[in-house]
Design a protein around this ligand. Structure first.
Ligand SMILES: [Zn+2]
Ligand SMILES: [Zn+2]
Length: 125
């Protein structure tokens, strides 16, 4: 009533507006929370998709796992689980954001079908 400035949850409002602008709907919530605040405005022109990778952070990983996980991107967490370097590997499956442009390059074949995984070493064939 006195006109004292009320603290609105600005981040919440911004996030909602941001999502509406992208037309992502409810499924976009997780994506928005993962975007660093500094790039949120720039992200309106770039859309991201999730990829899954194997991570051995904090764990003792063998050379095979380290070399493997550095290059591999998986389209679904299930594919990551089944795409381990070797039997008995217990690396974590972690989610990562990839620009749609890259995602398409990694997972969409020329004929429009989808790959399960991508290995960055394949680009230099
Ligand atoms: Zn290993
Ligand atoms: Zn492993």
């Amino acid at each position: 009533m006195k006109g004292s400035p009320e603290r609105f949850e600005e981040s919440g409002v911004t996030r909602r507006t941001f999502l509406r602008g992208l037309g992502l709907g409810s499924a976009g919530g997780a994506i928005a929370t993962l975007l660093p605040k500094t790039t949120a405005s720039a992200a309106t022109t770039t859309t991201f998709k999730h990829v899954w990778r194997l991570s051995h952070e904090g764990e003792q990983a063998c050379t095979a796992c380290r070399r493997h996980s550095r290059h591999r991107y998986f389209r679904l967490p299930l594919y990551a689980k089944h795409g381990r370097a070797h039997h008995g590997c217990n690396c974590d499956v972690v989610r990562q954001l990839l620009s749609v442009r890259k995602w398409n390059k990694f997972f969409v074949r020329r004929d429009g079908t989808l790959r399960r995984r991508w290995d960055t070493r394949w680009t230099t064939r």
